[in-house]
Design a binder for this molecule. Structure first.
Ligand code: NAP
Length: 289
């Protein structure tokens, strides 16, 4: 049993912190900007809450963060009352936010200046993956630190991999999002075409999902896409944040991402339709309108 802090109890963080307590059996202290959610977490799982990230992180062996954008992450880690202010030498800061590789390197340096270790550890698997404790975790950092952190991360994960030095976790998550963007647009176009052709989409998917066109998105999203239901899942706003990070990194490393750039603009159209919180499968909505 380790002493653990978890900062950011959103859709993802709330159940992830829960698994650290229930499955991992750790002594968990939580912090959330909106205190009511921290109170709700303590009521649900036990453990304790603290009024600042620094206080939550005090004397913790492992500190997890899962917030929104790069600057949110900076504020809960290197800010005045950020986690690093409460952490002591030998502790590990593990960031589950989907953020840039640059901020990961920045936090690694800030942590090392205090003899604290850092792992970037973005996740894939969505809300359901977080709730069921079966996330895929893509890590960047030093091998001995990863070896210490992995058994703790295992509480909310099905697959945990060290992808390379600090930032490599975020770079891997970028590849994940590149692969999803083009695929979901293809799926949206397929379903749109099928509807125009007057075919039974359920029947079509039942057959083609067993062949070379099958995918997680097809399996898990075709039903709701067919019903044009999008009020759940991974929000378009988050996807645009992620694709923004991807396209900025591609400008730096010279990768050509024409389809990803196009799909990013399509998600911009979905936002203009009011779909900011719609699931990413809502690319179909702009074809159906
Ligand atoms: N949702 C998914 O399916 C999914 C899947 C994979 C990865 N992710 C990534 O995981 C991260 C979290 O996603 P989520 O869906 O859990 O988001 P969310 O439900 O919107 O929760 C965001 C959390 O971050 C906190 N936060 C944001 N800005 C903050 C700040 N400046 N200071 C302190 N706390 C701050 C929020 O606090 P309040 O409660 O006070 O607002 C909340 O606890 C994002 O980077 C997202 O891209 C999400």
């Amino acid at each position: 049993m380790a002493k653990v802090a978890f900062i950011g109890l959103g859709v993802m963080g709330f159940p992830m912190a829960g698994h650290l307590r229930e499955k991992g059996g750790h002594d968990v202290t939580v912090y959330n900007r909106t205190a009511a959610k921290a109170e709700e977490w303590v009521k649900t799982y036990g453990g304790t809450s603290a009024p600042t990230p620094a206080e939550a992180a005090r004397d913790a062996d492992f500190v997890f963060t899962c917030v929104g954008y790069d600057d949110d992450l900076r504020s809960v880690t290197i800010g005045e009352t950020g986690a690093l202010a409460g952490m002591t030498a030998g502790a590990v800061l593990i960031d589950n936010t989907t953020a840039s590789a640059e901020v990961a390197r920045e936090l690694y340096e800030a942590a090392r200046a205090k003899d604290v270790d850092f792992i970037d550890a973005p996740v894939s698997g969505g809300q359901a993956g977080a709730e069921n404790g079966v996330l895929t975790v893509m890590c960047g950092g030093d091998q001995p630190v990863f070896d210490r952190a992995k058994p703790v991360i295992d509480a909310y994960a099905r697959m945990v991999g060290l992808m390379g030095p600090v930032g490599a976790g975020q770079l891997t998550k970028m590849i994940n999002q590149i692969c999803i963007a083009g695929l979901v647009q293809g799926l949206a176009e397929g379903i749109h075409f099928g509807k125009q052709a007057g075919l039974d989409i359920e029947k079509v998917v039942e057959v083609i999902s067993k062949g070379a066109a099958g995918s997680w998105q097809m399996e898990n999203r075709h039903k709701t896409m067919n019903q044009e239901k999008y009020d759940f899942g991974f929000a378009v706003d988050w996807m645009r944040k992620d694709l923004g990070i991807v396209l900025a990194e591609a400008r730096r490393n010279g990768a050509k991402l024409p389809v990803t750039a196009l799909v990013d603009q399509f998600y911009g159209d979905v936002q203009s339709m009011g779909g900011n919180r719609w699931d990413t499968s809502s690319l179909l909505a702009r074809l159906q309108k």
